[in-house]
Design a protein around this ligand. Structure first.
Ligand code: P6P
Length: 348
């Protein structure tokens, strides 16, 4: 048995040692999250055997029907963090309002935002799903955390990551010192370092988009995707299409193999479908730390100043050159808006 393994705990501590003023709180917070996701993984692995599949017969703030595992995952993450004294406030895709730490617990210096189980509609068909998290240092001075601690631009994140419950359970995170992947060894119940310092290829093999939305995109975006199809070899070499419909799974494949994921705005989702705070921003931090990039089509995701907990954004994320192709093409296609033509008086 290979005994020279690096557990996530040891890796986090080693990284922390580089910062003499580090208090260890962020390290412990990451470990709290790792523990919570191990519990979620255990529930998912048994999903077909115990009564955790299927609908919870409730809707979340997005108006989406909650799966039983959505609710369970949300409770597990909250319970993993609330009592630690490291968190002052939380925000979850599954809850309408911010979640201040209960009065009986000390409020810490971090705000944690999360999508407890993204892609949960894939659970019943045994496709990969994931937990996404984003961590900020609080800006309020004391006491229970506030909305201001949550509504920070993505460039202020101190850590971000996801856990993908796929063929294996993997945790991928960054604290701004590169992106590192850990695979859960179920025989010992530990996340072990398996993908140190992940760098995403500049040019990707894949493009990932829900093509059924094609007719609802604007013409510039249709032009972009036709380029990714290979219809415009003078602009870009065509790519293979891969789309699972689970952000964590689609993002992870592109992170490792190179590729670009797109969820553009369309006539049904004019602001895009994905949420800025606990989906796009954490994934954007990871993408940039892996030498990739992330935009809303043309603007850097990490520069967006949030105005609402559950606000949505279009998302183009992955290999730097591919994300750049999309932005350059959209900018070229965008005809400066002309002043509206004066209305002609009807000819009687
Ligand atoms: P569509 C899952 O519901 C999710 O929020 C993301 O994980 C995923 O990327 C996207 O929606 C898929 O949406 O409209 O293609 O099914």
């Amino acid at each position: 048995m290979n005994t020279s393994v690096t557990t996530i705990e040891r890796f986090i501590m080693d990284q922390e040692d580089r910062y003499p003023d580090a208090t260890g709180e962020l390290s412990n917070l990451l470990y709290d999250l790792a523990l919570g996701t191990k519990m979620i993984a255990a529930a998912i692995r048994r999903a077909g055997l115990v009564d955790v599949l299927g609908s919870n017969h409730t809707d979340n703030v997005q108006g989406e029907e909650q799966q039983k595992l959505d609710v369970l995952a949300n409770d597990i993450i909250k319970n993993s963090l609330s009592h630690t004294g490291r968190v002052c406030v939380m925000c979850s895709e599954e809850e309408n309002e911010i979640i201040p730490v209960p009065e009986e617990y000390e409020a810490g210096k971090y705000a944690v935002l999360f999508d407890p189980l993204d892609g949960s509609s894939n659970i019943d068909v045994n496709s990969a799903v994931g937990t996404i998290f984003s961590i900020y240092r609080r800006i309020s001075l004391e006491g229970r955390g506030t909305m201001a601690d949550i509504l920070q631009p993505g460039c202020k994140q101190v850590a971000a990551g996801y856990v993908m419950y796929g063929s294996s359970t993997m945790m991928v995170y960054t604290t701004g010192q590169g992106v590192h992947g850990f695979t859960l060894d179920p025989t010992i119940g530990e996340f072990l370092l398996s993908h140190p310092r992940i760098i995403t290829p500049r040019v990707g093999k894949y493009y990932s988009v829900n093509e059924s939305n094609f007719a609802r995109w604007d013409r510039p975006m249709q032009h972009v995707v036709r380029g990714l199809h290979g219809d415009r070899p003078d602009e870009i070499t065509g790519k293979n299409s891969r789309y699972i419909g689970s952000l964590v799974a689609d993002f992870h494949r592109n992170l490792i193999a190179g590729g670009v994921f797109l969820y553009p705005a369309d006539t049904k989702n004019p602001r895009g479908k994905l949420r800025l705070l606990y989906e796009a921003a954490p994934m954007a931090f990871i993408a940039e730390q892996a030498e990739g990039s992330a935009t809303d089509g043309v603007n850097r995701i990490l520069d967006i100043e949030p105005t609402g907990l559950h606000q949505r954004t279009p998302l183009v994320i992955g290999s730097r050159n591919d994300v750049g192709y999309v932005a350059d093409t959209l900018r070229r296609q965008m005809v400066p808006s002309r002043p509206a033509e004066p209305l002609q008086a009807p000819v009687l």
